[in-house]
Design a protein around this ligand. Structure first.
Ligand SMILES: NC(=O)c1ccc[n+]([C@@H]2O[C@H](COP(=O)([O-])OP(=O)(O)OC[C@H]3O[C@@H](n4cnc5c(N)ncnc54)[C@H](O)[C@@H]3O)[C@@H](O)[C@H]2O)c1
Length: 307
């Protein structure tokens, strides 16, 4: 039977994700948005691309939730996007209300689904979604690390003039200004970048990665990045639908791992059909650990507003 994915928020990230899921023939998709006509229009448009591109995935757009029942995966992209000069944290209150409602509405219609939270500030919104849905921690995961790592990989490949496919990178911690890119665990054809780049080069790339979202916001002027964010979310959707057991940096609710109890943070996790099947613990040195804990503290401060 064809799998079913619900994407809430038919904006830039949501609609592009739906397009990617359909084009990869991964699942039927239900796209939900509050704006009347937009999910229906984009859904029909995507359906009409099927004959040309050769996919049979059903794409339905709706303003309600009944059509989402029985979904395998629910992706939450609903909310407000960052505007120039606006930090991720400015979005906290407004998006908290939206994500709470979305998690409740989708969660009760698809009680066995896995939720992927994209809406910013993502780690806090993942916490809101977990609380509001009552889902176990294995089935609520945030998208941030895959995107941040993809940005880091892009910059590494550009710097060294190598294929992006040769690159591998880990960016952990909160998906915000305090994210923690880990050069020691970032490699080119298996070689740690610390062996082939100078400290100066690395810190320049780390800084650009940290500002990766803001760099795009400043260029676009209205709205924020969505091609790479939707691609990153697709990788997570695919890993779970196909039970790939893929290790990816994602935001997971920690219960003692990395010395953190009771907070979402970006860590390497194994994604499969059951959701977050394992939190993979890697050794952090003192400096990395301090940066990691600092970024978790920033997430905790945001979550405190929803306790
Ligand atoms: N985690 C990440 O790495 C990452 C990356 C990119 C964007 N984001 C975040 O994802 C979110 C979406 O970004 P975007 O560029 O697609 O924004 P967008 O404005 O294009 O789309 C958001 C959509 O959500 C809809 N919406 C608002 N309230 C809703 C509700 N209550 N129910 C259903 N739909 C609702 C809006 O009508 C809009 O269509 C933002 O919060 C953005 O900051 C996160």
């Amino acid at each position: 039977m064809q799998k079913k994915v619900t994407v809430v928020g038919a904006g830039h990230v949501g609609a592009t994700l739906v397009q990617r899921i359909a084009e990869k023939r991964l699942a039927d998709v239900v796209m939900v948005d509050v704006v009347e006509g937009v999910p229906q229009g984009k859904g029909l448009d995507l359906l009409e691309a099927g004959p040309v591109l050769g996919y049979d995935s059903k794409v339905i757009g709706t303003n309600g939730y009944d059509e989402t029942a029985g979904s395998d995966i629910i992706v939450i992209t609903a909310g407000l996007a960052r505007k120039p000069g606006m930090s991720r944290d400015d979005l906290l209150a407004a998006n908290g209300d939206i994500v709470k409602k979305v998690a409740q509405e989708t969660g009760r219609r698809s009680p066995y689904a896995i939720m992927i939270v994209v809406t910013n500030p993502m780690d806090v919104m993942a916490y809101v979604a977990m609380k509001a849905s009552g889902f176990p921690r294995e089935r609520v995961v945030g998208m941030g690390g895959v995107l941040d790592s993809a940005r880091f990989r892009t910059f590494i490949a550009m710097e060294l003039g190598v294929s992006v496919e040769n690159t591998h990178a880990f960016v952990l911690g909160g998906h915000g200004d305090s994210m923690v890119p880990l050069p020691r665990y970032s490699t080119v054809a298996g070689i740690p970048i610390t062996e082939i780049m100078s400290a100066g080069q690395i810190s320049r790339l780390v800084e650009r990665t940290r500002n990766g979202g803001a760099e795009i916001v400043a260029l676009l002027k209205t709205g924020s990045a969505y091609y790479a964010p939707s691609a990153a979310t697709l990788e997570m959707v695919e890993a779970m639908l196909l039970d790939k057991k893929k290790i990816l940096p994602c935001s997971a609710y920690l219960e003692g791992e990395y010395g953190v109890k009771g907070a979402f943070a970006g860590v390497p996790v194994k994604l499969g059909a059951k959701g977050v099947e394992q939190v993979v613990e890697i050794t952090l040195n003192a400096e990395e650990n301090a940066a990691f804990i600092k970024s978790v503290d920033a997430v905790r401060a945001g979550c405190a507003k929803f306790m």
